[in-house]
Design a protein around this ligand. Structure first.
Ligand SMILES: C[S@@+](CC[C@H](N)C(=O)[O-])C[C@H]1O[C@@H](n2cnc3c(N)ncnc32)[C@H](O)[C@@H]1O
Length: 390
């Protein structure tokens, strides 16, 4: 089909998709960078990494088989179009904005996906609730909003099948990492504190809130892969529609972090009344997710898939490999510069320090969350001893 591309538009290529968007050069900020929010239809090239991982996760989870999906917040349609072209998905791409609909329709045609993808204009919650009402079972739902995904979680988990997958982006990293404490409390129900592992704290607050809303709809969630990248969080959760299982998840995986700001000790606890403070400044932070952030075996399979795709670069594979290593340790990362600061000692390189921890018989890895962070299972007293003897 011949599709008209106007002179204020351009065609970009991402993965196997070709997408018509308004020309990026028309929306350049004074610092010379493209500003997606100024474009009349939303396309963010910085989210290519997020979409690449989405394609790989869905190929892996559905084992290359066909799956039915909804992308209720779709913008140009690029994510859903890539799912249809690259990972055997079919379904609906939707946006509340009529101009997005105009682009989604043309982009479906440009990629010859008529019959596999349908574009619609609806408010996302209404659209998702229509699926629940009609009893249509969905295999995968992708929630990729501006800001917080919380307003969409209840309606997103309801149409999912007995066993399904959900992918969720959150760009409200300020409240999640505790930079806006009032918003953290009203949006996520957490009285948070500044900690040295704030980026991981944000992910744990997000996962807890997703799990809680899912459980209140009798859906159990299990994180397969969760990470922070640039200015957003992305999580993929396996879901199961069983009230009893969702209770077990909440019982096992919701809790608090006991954080000692004097020696940087951190410990997961189930109930605040388990606290032993020993006269030191100790804060209880939560409720939040205290189980692992992902499944290392699943991430290994995603890497395997990634190495087969031409458009997945070495940087993405390295990122996923780091995620596999650090996901094996559930303890929140610790900032080694803060630790050395407490001892007023000069720091070795982070890799030298990690080697030293390993020589003492413990596991230690770098973390994608923070270049100064270490994921380790060494108890805090021993960590302090190691630094004292350094
Ligand atoms: C971050 S963009 C989506 C980007 C897209 N998923 C991608 O990968 O390029 C969010 C989109 O959600 C749409 N939107 C915002 N609120 C909505 C709502 N309540 N219902 C449906 N669409 C909505 C916006 O028009 C915008 O296109």
């Amino acid at each position: 089909m011949n599709i008209k591309v106007f002179d204020w538009e351009e065609i970009i290529v991402e993965g196997l998709a070709k997408i018509i968007i308004p020309k990026r050069e028309l929306f350049i900020r004074p610092d010379g960078l493209y500003e997606p929010a100024w474009s009349p239809v939303f396309y963010n090239p910085l989210m290519e990494f997020n979409r690449n991982i989405t394609v790989l996760v869905t190929i892996t989870y559905f084992n290359k088989k066909e799956f039915f999906f909804i992308e209720p917040l779709s913008g140009t349609g690029i994510r859903g179009i890539r799912l249809a072209l690259e990972s055997n998905g079919y379904g609906y791409i939707n946006d509340v904005d009529p101009l997005s609909y105009y682009y989604m329709e043309r982009n479906i045609s440009l990629n010859s996906l008529q019959g596999k993808l349908v574009a619609t204009i609806n408010e996302a919650n209404t659209f998702l609730n229509n699926f629940t009402f009609s009893g249509i079972i969905v295999d995968y739902i992708d929630i990729d909003p501006y800001g917080s995904p919380i307003p969409f979680i209840d309606s997103a988990v309801r149409p999912l099948g007995k066993k399904a997958l959900i992918g969720i982006t959150a760009t409200d990293t300020g409240p999640l990492t505790c930079s806006h404490k009032q918003k953290t409390l009203r949006r996520y129900g957490v009285r948070c504190q500044k900690v040295d592992f704030s980026k991981e704290l944000g992910l744990r607050i997000l996962l807890y809130n997703i799990a809680l809303r899912a459980a209140s709809n009798d859906v159990a969630v299990y994180p397969l892969i969760s990470f922070q990248h640039k200015y957003y969080y992305r999580v993929f959760l396996k879901t199961a529609r069983r009230g009893n299982e969702s209770y077990k998840v909440m019982d096992k995986c919701s809790g608090y972090i006991l954080y000692n700001s004097e020696n940087l000790d951190r410990e997961f606890i189930k109930e605040p009344n388990e606290v032993k403070v020993n006269g030191q400044k100790t804060q209880i932070i939560g409720p939040l997710w205290i189980c692992p952030l992902g499944d290392p075996d699943f991430i290994k399979k995603v890497i395997n898939e990634g190495t087969r795709q031409e458009y997945i670069n070495r940087e993405t594979i390295n990122f996923l490999e780091e995620l596999v290593r650090e996901t094996t340790i559930n303890q929140p990362y610790i900032r080694y510069d803060k630790l050395f600061g407490l001892h007023k000692k000069n720091m070795p390189s982070i890799n030298t320090f990690i080697e030293l921890i390993r020589k003492h018989g413990y596991e230690a890895y770098r973390t994608h969350f923070d270049p100064r962070g270490i994921k380790t299972n060494v108890p805090i007293e021993i960590l302090h001893e190691i630094i004292s003897s350094f």
